[in-house]
Write a protein that binds this ligand. Structure first.
Ligand SMILES: [Zn+2]
Length: 293
């Protein structure tokens, strides 16, 4: 596929993802300590319920508001009081606007607020995202770490440094031992890497190492995309896939192969049956890795 055709296809994906979220039913996965995952509106959303109100990790896509409202009210009659964004991408932060309108405090990394406040181009999607409405812009930002105690849980937020973007954070629910890692981890599918806002393959690998260091075999790990209830063993497999493909693509680049030649050499081949069946197909993923080695 020519780069132009690939971009056109990718641009269509934004509409495709929005249309699918508008129709999609929200699936509810109960974890432990009143933590639930809501799946079906863009990225995986985590919700912590309790007397301090609902605490959401990511907001999904705005068009899912009716289904999301219904899923939230099935968990608790409390309003959403806090929303934490793992990063700025529309499939995680587009719902900020309606949740912010309801008075929720919105917390994020400072780079996330920057990207949500301006016209932001994503080169690999050939797409310009417009700024969020004022109600959706984070009200509180931090640069390295931030912690909160809500509903009996110690919430520890941590910036990765450059990873999938340069504003990704993890959120650890301490007592429950549940870790939301945003889009630094796509469970069972090739990940997108957003070079336009500071992401890179090496940053993704470094973030995977940080996630492995922050978890044990008992930790429930919530990926940004893919099967929403995951664990350290599956995360390790994701990390090893990234490292092997990075080495394969770097070897081709060192030998002087162009990007298209690298794609044609199929450096992801042994992983494609398992990882190549979602939005980021083997060719797209190879191009993303090539850009960073
Ligand atoms: Zn993302």
């Amino acid at each position: 596929m020519s780069p132009r055709a690939a971009y056109a296809e990718a641009r269509g994906l934004v509409s495709l993802i929005k249309d699918s979220a508008a129709k999609s039913v929200i699936a509810t996965h109960k974890l432990r300590n009143d933590i639930t995952i809501l799946e079906g509106s863009g990225g995986n959303v985590a919700v912590l319920a309790g007397k301090d109100g609902l605490v959401m990790i990511d907001a999904g896509i705005g068009v899912s508001r009716p289904q999301m409202t219904q899923a939230l009210s099935a968990l608790s009659s409390e309003p959403v009081t806090h929303l934490i964004n793992t990063h700025w991408h529309f499939d995680h932060a587009d719902g900020n606007a309606w949740i912010g309108e309801g008075g929720a405090k919105i917390i994020a990394h400072e780079n996330t607020r920057k990207y949500l406040s301006q016209v932001q181009r994503v080169e690999d999607w050939d797409y310009n995202f417009v700024p969020l409405e004022h109600s959706g812009v984070p009200t509180q930002v931090f640069s390295k770490e931030h912690s909160l105690k809500l509903n009996g849980q110690s919430l520890a937020m941590k910036h990765y440094g450059p990873a999938h973007t340069d504003g990704d954070i993890s959120v650890m629910f301490g007592e429950a031992d549940v870790l939301h890692v945003g889009d630094t981890y796509w469970n069972g599918i090739y990940p997108f890497i957003d070079y336009s806002t500071g992401g890179s393959i090496d940053g993704m690998i470094a973030a995977s190492d940080a996630n492995l260091a922050a978890s044990t075999s008992k930790t429930i790990i919530i990926p940004g995309h893919g099967n929403p209830v995951s664990n350290r063993a599956e995360l390790q497999e994701f990390r090893d896939m990234l490292v092997t493909i990075r080495e394969n693509v770097a070897a081709l680049k060192r030998q002087g192969h162009s990007r298209d030649e690298a794609v044609a050499a199929k450096p992801t081949a042994s992983f494609d049956a398992k990882w190549g069946n979602f939005v980021i197909d083997p060719g797209f993923f190879t191009r993303l890795v090539y850009a960073g080695v």
